[in-house]
Design a binder for this molecule. Structure first.
Ligand SMILES: Cc1cc2nc3c(=O)[nH]c(=O)nc-3n(C[C@H](O)[C@H](O)[C@H](O)COP(=O)(O)OP(=O)(O)OC[C@H]3O[C@@H](n4cnc5c(N)ncnc54)[C@H](O)[C@@H]3O)c2cc1C
Length: 256
């Protein structure tokens, strides 16, 4: 038999499987031996009062074992010979667009005005210590986009949502903790986010896509009222459909 319960437990109980089992058995009148497994479905922290609690939704397997539910990782195919799509910007929108293009059998060519996520870190350190702001490599520009060096909270109050669970699964596939699949307020962590972003880029390249840093798009090629390509400040240009994933910070893009 499988039963689902909503629980309000102290943090030390939530953090320890054996304590959680003991608590559930006491609270719900179950025998210890009959509980074969506990799955945490959702978990959030209630810190409104002085005493902090975990609000949990759990699935308890009584006298039966859970069937293994493996999340199948997305397979990213080889798109090196496929028709290209240009993605301008390697923020979250650009990186996820590039990965989706690979799934759909198109070759993403990502151009990013800033530096890769680790070189960018040096410019951020210089901004903090020397108050020197690099115009193309800063808190807004560079691989990972705005907020790549924030604390990596993954929740939104926006009501206009797509498939949030799928996005969390992709983050997990590229190295984020499994906890983000359950937590009501998922959180990746500043220390982990850069590696996850780099893993995404490595996958794009391994699948035959291209990622060009320090490559600022400064012209859209328009033919018969249609955007058919881009020209970049360093003289490079590409032809093909264009996804503009340049975020809110790149005001110059709106002035093109
Ligand atoms: C300090 C800060 C902290 C944040 N913390 C969080 C948080 O914890 N959780 C959360 O959910 N959200 C957070 N946000 C918001 C979040 O970062 C944005 O919602 C998100 O980055 C938007 O993604 P995007 O890909 O649309 O745009 P962006 O992240 O802005 O990415 C756009 C990318 O395009 C590149 N680009 C722009 N113009 C060009 C061009 N002409 N040529 C080539 N490349 C170009 C930029 O360099 C950039 O990398 C934070 C934002 C900031 C500024």
């Amino acid at each position: 038999m499988i039963k689902e319960f909503n629980l309000r437990v102290e943090p030390q109980i939530a953090a320890n499987e054996a304590s959680l089992k003991h608590f559930i058995c006491l609270e719900k009148g179950l025998k210890g031996q009959s509980v074969k497994a506990i799955q945490v479905i959702k978990r959030s922290i209630d810190a409104r009062q002085r005493k902090v609690f975990f609000q949990m939704q759990v699935r308890v397997f009584i006298n039966e074992l859970p069937q293994e539910q493996k999340i199948e990782p997305i397979h990213y195919q080889d798109v090196s010979q496929k028709a290209p799509v240009i993605v301008v910007g390697a923020g979250p929108a650009g990186l996820f667009a590039a990965l989706r293009l690979i799934e759909l059998g198109r070759k993403p060519i990502v151009v990013e005005r800033g530096k890769n996520v680790s070189d960018r870190k040096r410019d951020l350190a210089s901004a903090v210590r020397m108050h020197h702001i690099h115009p193309e490599s800063n808190y807004c520009f560079g691989e990972g986009g705005a907020g790549a060096y924030s604390d990596g909270k993954l929740y939104t109050r926006s009501k206009k949502r797509g498939n949030v669970q799928r996005i969390l699964q992709i983050f997990h596939q590229f190295g984020a903790s499994e906890n983000i699949l359950r937590d009501a307020h998922p959180h990746i962590g500043t220390d982990k986010l850069p590696r996850i972003i780099a893993n995404m880029r490595e996958q794009i390249i391994a699948s035959g896509g291209e990622v060009h840093f320090e490559t600022k798009m400064n012209e859209l090629i328009v033919k018969e009222n249609r955007i058919v390509g881009i020209v970049c400040e360093n003289g490079k240009s590409w032809q093909g459909p264009v996804i503009l994933a340049t975020g809110h910070s790149a005001r110059d893009v709106y002035e093109l």
